[in-house]
Design a protein around this ligand. Structure first.
Ligand SMILES: Cc1cc2nc3c(=O)[nH]c(=O)nc-3n(C[C@H](O)[C@H](O)[C@H](O)COP(=O)(O)OP(=O)(O)OC[C@H]3O[C@@H](n4cnc5c(N)ncnc54)[C@H](O)[C@@H]3O)c2cc1C
Length: 445
């Protein structure tokens, strides 16, 4: 593990071309003293906490390492000419997901994900009768993991699977779906933790983008971007945050960065965090999902409507493709787990090439010649996320609950702390609300 302590020069380099001409941000010390709460991280959790705390009348500062807000909720409007979410895109658990009501109240269209799913074997589209066996297996696989969780078994999800499930000819594809839930293969996540995720209601999709929705929610939150915090000094009386622009003091601090940032010592604490708290960050690593967006010059897909396509393969190296995104000629492919790491390591061009190869095998024709441009994510190498979403290691159930308890003036937030909604943007939001309540209690106390 390497300590990551960004220098001012790196901060400017991260701002892109022309950044060197910018003046450095004014020193933070000017604002210190009267601050009630410092929030580290302007993702869904930190932005929610900021809104709640400001509404409670507290003086708040939000420090964000990247040059933008949103964290892992980010809609890309520029790379392929259509809004596509580089991070979160589905509003999961729509019956209990607070973003659904927020979207509707603010005139964002949301739609149920009713896109038909198809599997191709080579260039042949398999019939629904054939792929019904895959649907049944996926249900059985989920049921077996849930059943182990219900019995309180904190084992690797893979251990919960019956011999019949594992020997099913569709098993590699069912495992690829399960890998997308947590960003790692079932051998690496806890069945008990997965059981505690509340799947209530269908998945919804949002044409303007989930990242755009979060940006709308946070439009009035003042965030100091380009300001990575490298060290948090804390005592019972408050915190001092070290950044390239100086030191900021506050009476309390919401730490709303991904678990991996703390586990990999990119943000350090003095004195060190209690052992069980640091251990909990290690027990909730981020799995990986990466996406690739491909734009074609004309419609190269079988029809006008959006579909979700997968190739039948036994090596688990297939992506899942959403075609004709919002009626455009853009298609977005998704890869998770070890395969996503492999693709990311190969680089953006190789990732695009892999996706084009798979699509050409399925759809043939002159698909490659119609390719116009593409873009791919690399969430694992991103120093401010270091992965896509958290999972709980087998045998470590309870780690999320540990992170809901304040440590002196420190309150932790982020999707990884939310037991029933971890790995999601609504989980991040709920954790930000919980953290804000705790800070208010802390400061009153
Ligand atoms: C590819 C992908 C697909 C996903 N799909 C879905 C989906 O369909 N539905 C869904 O609900 N969720 C999905 N998720 C997960 C969802 O995006 C996250 O759970 C959620 O956005 C996390 O919010 P957060 O506030 O906890 O963390 P983040 O969004 O990561 O916010 C943390 C912030 O802290 C900042 N930061 C880190 N270190 C420092 C530091 N040292 N100093 C200052 N700032 C720092 C980061 O830059 C970031 O802005 C997906 C994620 C990915 C990557």
């Amino acid at each position: 593990m390497t300590a990551f302590s960004p220098s001012r020069r790196r901060l400017l380099a991260g701002l892109g071309a022309g950044a060197a001409a910018l003046a450095l941000p004014p020193p933070l010390r000017a604002q210190s003293g009267a601050l009630d709460v410092a929030i580290i991280g302007a993702g869904g959790a930190g932005l929610t906490a900021a809104r709640e705390l400001a509404a409670a009348g507290l003086r708040v500062a939000v420090l964000e390492a990247r040059a933008r807000i949103g964290g892992r909720a980010f809609t890309d409007d520029s790379s392929v000419g259509v809004a596509w979410d580089r991070g979160c895109s589905w509003l999961h658990a729509s019956d209990i997901n607070p973003w659904v009501a927020y979207a509707r109240a603010n005139k964002f269209e949301v739609q149920p994900d009713r896109w038909p799913r198809h599997v191709h074997e080579g260039s042949q589209r398999l019939s629904g009768t054939v792929t019904a066996a895959l649907d049944r297996l996926q249900e059985r696989l989920r049921g077996e993991i849930q059943s182990a969780g219900r019995r309180g078994l904190d084992v690797a999800a893979e251990q919960a699977l019956s011999a019949a499930t594992r020997s099913d000819p569709w098993y590699p594809m069912a495992v690829a779906s399960a890998t997308a839930w947590e960003g790692v293969e079932p051998s690496n996540f806890s069945a008990l933790d997965q059981f505690h995720f509340a799947w209530k209601g269908d998945d919804l999709v949002i044409p303007r983008g989930y990242g755009t929705l979060l940006a709308h929610y946070a439009r009035d939150v003042r965030v100091r971007t380009g300001t990575p915090v490298s060290r948090v000094r804390w005592t019972a009386r408050g915190v001092e945050l070290q950044t390239p622009a100086g030191t900021l003091s506050a009476r309390a601090c919401v730490v709303a960065v991904p678990s991996s940032v703390i586990a990999q010592a990119a943000l350090v604490f003095a004195p060190a965090l209690p052992v069980e708290v640091l251990q909990a960050h290690h027990d909730l690593p981020l799995g990986l999902m990466n996406k690739v967006a491909l734009r074609f010059r004309r419609n190269v897909f079988p029809g006008e409507a959006t579909e979700v396509l997968r190739a039948r393969r036994s090596d688990g190296r297939g992506m899942s493709y959403i075609t004709r995104l919002w009626g455009s000629n853009v298609c977005v492919g998704h890869a998770a787990g070890a395969f996503a790491h492999e693709l990311e390591a190969a680089g953006e061009a190789a990732m695009i090439d892999h996706a084009l190869g798979e699509l050409a095998d399925m759809l043939g024709g002159d698909l490659r010649r119609q390719f116009d441009k593409g873009a791919a994510t690399a969430w694992s190498a991103d120093p401010w996320s270091r992965g896509a979403y958290s999972h709980c290691l087998p045998g470590r159930f309870g780690a999320r609950a540990i992170l809901t308890r304040p440590v002196g003036p420190l309150v932790f937030a982020g999707e990884h702390t939310e037991q029933s909604a971890y790995g999601t943007l609504h989980g991040a939001h709920l954790s930000g609300k919980r953290a804000a309540r705790q800070v208010v209690e802390l400061l009153r106390g």
